[in-house]
Design a protein around this ligand. Sequence first.
Ligand code: SF4
Length: 325
Amino acid sequence: MQLATLSNNIFIPVTDLCRNRCSYCSFRRDFDRAKIITRREALKLLVSAREAGCTEALFSLGENPWDVDGFSTLIAPIGHSDLIDYLVELCELALEQGLLPHTNAGILSDNKLAELAPYNASMGLMLETTAEVDAHKKSPGKKSNLRLAYIAKAGELKIPFTTGILVGIGESLKDRIDSLKSISRLHEIHDHIQEVIIQPLDPKPGTPMAGLSSPHISELIELVSRARTILQPSVALQVPPNLVDPLPLLRAGANDLGGLSPLTPDWINPERPWPSIVDLKHYLREFDLQERLPVYPRYVKRGWYGRKTANLIDSLGGPDGLRRK
Ligand code: SF4
């Protein structure tokens, strides 16, 4: 039976302030409505996650919020002036609660990335697309050269990395293939891409792209098949089961369902609840659905993870590198 994996996680939105304005996004807030999570709120979520048996704390935030006017006012009550220092503290809180951090903080400077990496089992950044699309006209951080350079930097630091493409934001099939080939080239050099997400656009009411349609399942099946031939066999192909029917995509070559939370919504797609793991196991019974850690077994075996996460990975991981049964 073919193996498919998922991670049992909690999704912690650190701040929704962001320097970009992507046309499909309903997560980002302007400064006057932006929030930053307090220690108390984060700890409450982490304790609930530990009690629910989760192993991953996914920290997500808008990109470079410190570039937005008013950021210092937002962070002042937290008692830090630097968001990365605060993120390190949140990662430490997660580790104390027995949860492995995986942070997706947008593009960071080399120093900030190196500061955060030791506290993370793995990290991530969606490439989204190498094409120049109208949806990114107001998003300076979505230039593909910047994103590819950041993913390469993570490779130099031997950080197991999650990236992916966003499908249906105005790019062509050729653009999708080019994006996958760019990821594959970086993996060829650094061998650090643990998974690539094929994420379909889910148009949000109230956004400039509200009138678009999600890509058809047949388009996604074709893309997963193509991706499987482009990406190295060691790179997992992830599809989000709250946005798309995973069965035909697993049959086409995907082999991971990403992080599913029993407690928190998918804050990027809050109106799309995750199915329960029990229901998925039944629906996907032709696959051997297993829980993994936020770092994949091949990187566990290699010791490629943040050094502060080592003890917890030892205790949560089984002999196969997946979650201990
Ligand atoms: S999609 Fe991400 S980068 Fe783009 S505006 Fe939203 S939070 Fe910012």
